[in-house]
Design a protein around this ligand. Structure first.
Ligand SMILES: Nc1nc2c(ncn2[C@@H]2O[C@H](COP(=O)(O)OP(=O)(O)O)[C@@H](O)[C@H]2O)c(=O)[nH]1
Ligand SMILES: [Mg+2]
Ligand SMILES: [Zn+2]
Length: 307
């Protein structure tokens, strides 16, 4: 029997099948290609099951090949990664402009991880009701100026207050599995509760003292928005992992750099300071945003084990 993992709570997995929801577990160890993972089975995985004798629970016999996946660094083991979700059709990155401000570096790391699988990404700028200062609006302008022209739609919202979000987002969500990601406290669960009232995901105020949201969602979980449309709520993420990307490959995942690849003098150009580098040339001419180039260089210089 085939099913899709919609929730994991450590040792048990909730799997949606044609016979309804089944509690499933793993038997033995799974071989995980070359990935060093802290979770063998991820939300979004398609799996093959065999029913146990009681007919009420099942064993996951096989994980079907993943079309794509989004990972983050394990919080416990430095060189390990944790698959947040797999087999997603598109990703919503929710961000906020203040308390706390989502950094451009964080956005760019996320976009590298979605681009590596060509997963379409949207940027949801939430809590629009709190934008009172010039510096919020200036930051918003920078975000719109950078990402919209690259093909990442920038949507503004106030998930706590808007009534029509469900209708507004319905055309985007239809027929797709959508990953909802972002720092803790930005309002992901609040949005999810608007879209899927039965989800009743717990939400919690951002702490006044630290401006850091308290973790209320500990595991990713998938919810049906309507038939064939799913949303995956993820726990707040500090950093995304970028796995197995070679130096020369990284620029493939910056859409605006990708355009110029093959035009540098050296075919192994990393676009740092090489002579005849096309990327540096167009950066100079203003065709690449300096903040994006900055992110590129920062990710390039990170330790391999962190990528
Ligand atoms: N002012 C304002 N607060 C919001 C909005 N959306 C969510 N919040 C609040 O932000 C806090 C964190 O929300 P939550 O959905 O738990 O964030 P999550 O960690 O991303 O799931 C809660 O106190 C929400 O009520 C919004 O649009 N405006
Ligand atoms: Mg949450
Ligand atoms: Zn170059």
């Amino acid at each position: 029997m085939k099913g899709r993992v919609i929730k994991s709570t450590g040792s048990w997995y909730q799997v949606s099948t044609e016979k309804g929801m089944l509690q499933c577990r793993l038997r033995g160890k799974f071989k995980q290609d070359d990935l060093k993972l802290t979770n063998p089975v991820a939300v979004g995985d398609w799996v093959l099951l065999s029913l146990e004798e009681n007919q009420e629970t099942a064993v996951i016999a096989e994980i079907l090949p993943r079309e794509n996946y989004i990972i983050r660094k394990s919080t416990r083991k430095q060189t390990f990664s944790h698959i947040l979700a797999s087999n997603v059709d598109q990703a919503f990155l929710m961000i906020t402009l203040n308390n706390p401000r989502t950094s451009l570096g964080f956005i760019d790391r996320f976009l590298v991880s979605t681009e590596s699988f060509r997963i379409p990404a949207f940027i949801l700028v939430n809590k629009s009701d709190t934008w009172t200062k010039d510096k919020d609006l200036e930051y918003l302008e920078v975000i719109q100026e950078i990402y919209a022209p690259l093909g990442y739609p920038v949507l503004l919202m106030a998930s706590l207050h808007e009534e029509n979000l469900k209708e507004d987002l319905r055309p985007l969500l239809k027929g797709k599995t959508t990953l909802l990601a972002g720092h803790s406290g930005v309002g992901k669960s609040t949005l999810l509760n608007q879209l899927v009232p039965t989800a009743s995901q717990s939400t919690r105020p951002v702490s006044k003292f630290t401006s850091k949201g308290v973790h209320t969602t500990t595991f990713a979980e998938m919810f049906a928005f309507e038939e064939h449309a799913y949303l995956i709520d993820t726990p707040g993420i500090k950093e995304f992992g970028i796995l197995d990307i070679e130096d020369q490959e990284l620029s493939h995942y910056f859409v605006e750099l990708r355009k110029y690849l093959g035009q540098c003098k050296y075919n192994n150009c990393k676009h740092i300071n090489e002579p005849g580098c096309k990327v540096l040339e167009v950066l100079e001419e203003g065709y690449i945003h300096p903040y994006r180039y900055d992110s590129y260089i920062k990710i390039l210089h990170e330790e391999d084990s962190y990528r």
